[in-house]
Design a protein around this ligand. Structure first.
Ligand SMILES: Cc1cc2nc3c(=O)[nH]c(=O)nc-3n(C[C@H](O)[C@H](O)[C@H](O)COP(=O)(O)OP(=O)(O)OC[C@H]3O[C@@H](n4cnc5c(N)ncnc54)[C@H](O)[C@@H]3O)c2cc1C
Length: 550
């Protein structure tokens, strides 16, 4: 507990009377931090802190990477900007040794300021000074960590860009014939056969850059540090990241295996309107970014560009692509779903060259000023149309049915109507795609009349639903006809459940292997469900591990 003696040595309280110090001591928090523990995180609501003993480092997420931007020693304060200007914290404050800090709530600070105006003057002056420094950080010329060189519609370039974006690595792109290339690329420009090429901020270059090499080069974890984990989570979408947050925060040795980059399908959603706590909606990218930071901060290991290729249910081994094997005391399957393929002439040939499954926000730049088409009538298509309409000249939604109302939420239908450059073609189907090196046009059939017309198109994005890709799982993990994994009651009724006890709600037909999120056989496929189930899966992991012999 804080005593008036603790406060006497703090410079900003130099002119406080003994009575003021007693009052403050009664309302202030006494925060004891172990090394590495945070006093407050970036984005948190205002409060004022003072270091009583130990040391605090100030960090800020710049470009997805936590950088140290300052330090606080005993006697110094932090939180002066939020408390003075009513803003959230612009940095995080972490103890670098056992540290004790005083915490003054906004309400207590205002009472103090009324009684001791010099304390307010001191804090406000420091805040004004500090704002100058923050402005410097905010206005510093952003330097991208990676420069990509490649052709606009090259599928490998797109993969690379998606991968960098999903891993929150800032990047720039230049076409191989861009006049500025010589200015930004060190040494001879990459040859045609070396595209896509990548130059990192430390000057190293990768030619025909593959995702795994890029991940290694940029310092992303691609190999597990350990050989055994309490829980191995396969898939880093909302369900997997939620399981990682709960698992790691509850002391489980937790590993997430993600074949691409964390975020899952949600990352491709331009605006999730129905996730609790975000009254104005949140982009899937932002949600994924926050979840990833949270899981990492709490100690989960997350390896990217690695695929779980096989599970040995008897010994609970997980084999990664490339052959490395891990022992998992429990396994959580959170592999979600993958886009359904479209069987249309020209489709496979032009895939990645203007034709894509789904869409991420990073694609928007390539549609700038173009006429594009989206195939599908669900919320995913509607959200993408809204987002692309801010970039493309026109966005046409190609819909087989006679209305959007059967498959799309009304709020989205209303939003689509408000955008003059979005058109909806009902009763329509794309029957062929044309283009030499990249998509140039498509044939649009009007179903009732059978009439086909050719229209120019610079981009086709397909949103016709998704399926679970679970063919790699062992037969012992029972799935339905479409590959969705049975859990709980369905697992018990499958005739394959081997134990006397009933399976837990999210347990598959293999004891200790759980499934959550979209991959689980259940009619609800939403972010909130995935997050809820990912969190619940960890509760069942604890119950399973508490059993004798687990
Ligand atoms: C465009 C779009 C818009 C959407 N909008 C909304 C919305 O507004 N509101 C809403 O609630 N929901 C929305 N959804 C649905 C929501 O995104 C999903 O329900 C949610 O992402 C499911 O989460 P998940 O973690 O179960 O699976 P996913 O998000 O599919 O994540 C699974 C992850 O597992 C990885 N993976 C798969 N197999 C392996 C393997 N063998 N090894 C390693 N990794 C593997 C994948 O790469 C992927 O990252 C939208 C979906 C899309 C596509």
């Amino acid at each position: 507990m804080i005593s008036p003696d603790d406060l006497r040595s703090l410079p900003f309280l130099a002119s406080a009377s003994p009575e003021d110090l007693v009052r403050l001591a009664q309302s202030a928090g006494d925060v004891q931090l172990v090394t590495g523990e945070y006093a407050v995180h970036e984005g948190h609501e205002r409060a004022l802190f003072a270091v009583l003993s130990g040391r605090i480092e100030v960090t800020k997420l710049i470009d997805g990477i936590e950088r140290k931007i300052g330090e606080r020693k005993p006697g110094q304060i932090f939180g002066e900007v939020p408390i003075t200007f009513g803003t959230p914290f612009q940095g995080s404050y972490r103890a670098t040794e056992p540290t004790r800090v005083l915490q003054i709530s906004a309400r207590a600070f205002h009472a103090l300021a009324a009684a001791v105006p010099t304390a307010l003057t001191f804090v406000a002056a420091l805040a004004s000074e500090r704002i100058g420094g923050l402005r410097g950080i905010a206005t510093a010329q952003p330097v991208a960590r990676a420069l990509m060189v490649g052709h606009r519609w090259d599928e490998r370039l797109r993969e690379l860009r998606t991968f960098l974006n999903r891993n929150q690595i800032s990047n720039d792109w230049l076409a191989p014939d861009a006049p500025e290339l010589a200015q930004h690329w060190t040494g001879p420009a990459p040859a045609e056969a070396e595209l896509p090429a990548l130059q990192c901020d430390d000057g190293t270059q990768l030619r025909r850059a593959g995702i795994r090499d890029v991940a290694d080069k940029l310092g992303l974890q691609t190999r597990p540090h350990g050989a055994e984990y309490d829980t191995v989570i396969v898939g880093g979408g909302p369900a997997g990241l939620a399981a990682a947050v709960y698992g790691s925060s509850e002391g489980l040795r937790t590993l997430v295996i993600e074949r691409e980059a964390p975020g899952g399908q949600a990352e491709t959603s331009s605006r999730i309107e129905n996730y609790l706590g975000f009254p104005t909606g949140v982009s899937g990218e932002e949600l994924a970014r926050r979840a990833l930071q949270q899981a990492r901060r709490l100690g989960a290991e997350i390896i990217v560009t690695r695929q779980a290729a096989r599970i040995d249910p008897a010994r609970r081994l997980v084999e990664l692509d490339g052959g490395q094997t891990l022992r998992a005391r429990t396994i959580i399957l959170a592999t979600g779903v993958s886009w359904r393929r479209l069987a249309t002439e020209g489709f496979e040939r032009l895939l990645g060259k203007g034709v894509f499954y789904g869409a991420s926000r990073s694609e928007a730049g390539s549609t700038q000023g173009q006429d594009i088409h989206l195939i599908g009538a669900g919320n995913s298509a509607g959200q993408a149309a809204m987002y692309f309409a801010n970039h493309a000249r026109s966005v046409t939604l190609v819909v087989r049915g006679d209305s959007l109302a059967k498959s799309m939420s009304q709020y989205l239908i209303d939003q689509l109507r408000s955008k003059p450059n979005i058109r909806v073609e009902l009763h329509s189907e794309v029957v062929a795609l044309h283009g030499d090196r990249q998509l140039a046009a498509l044939d649009l059939a009007h179903r009732p009349s059978g009439a086909v017309r050719r229209v120019d198109s610079a981009g086709v994005f397909v949103f016709i639903g998704a399926d679970a890709e679970t063919g790699w799982l062992p037969d012992a993990i029972v799935r339905d006809a479409r590959g969705y994994v049975h859990t709980g009651e369905a697992a018990a009724k499958s005739g394959h459940w081997p134990l006397a006890r009933d399976p837990y709600l999210l347990e598959t037909t293999v004891p200790g292997v759980f499934a959550c999120g979209d991959v689980r056989a259940s009619p609800i496929k939403r972010v909130a469900t995935a997050v809820g189930e990912g969190s619940m899966a960890v509760a069942f992991v604890h119950q399973f591990l508490a059993q004798p012999g687990a």
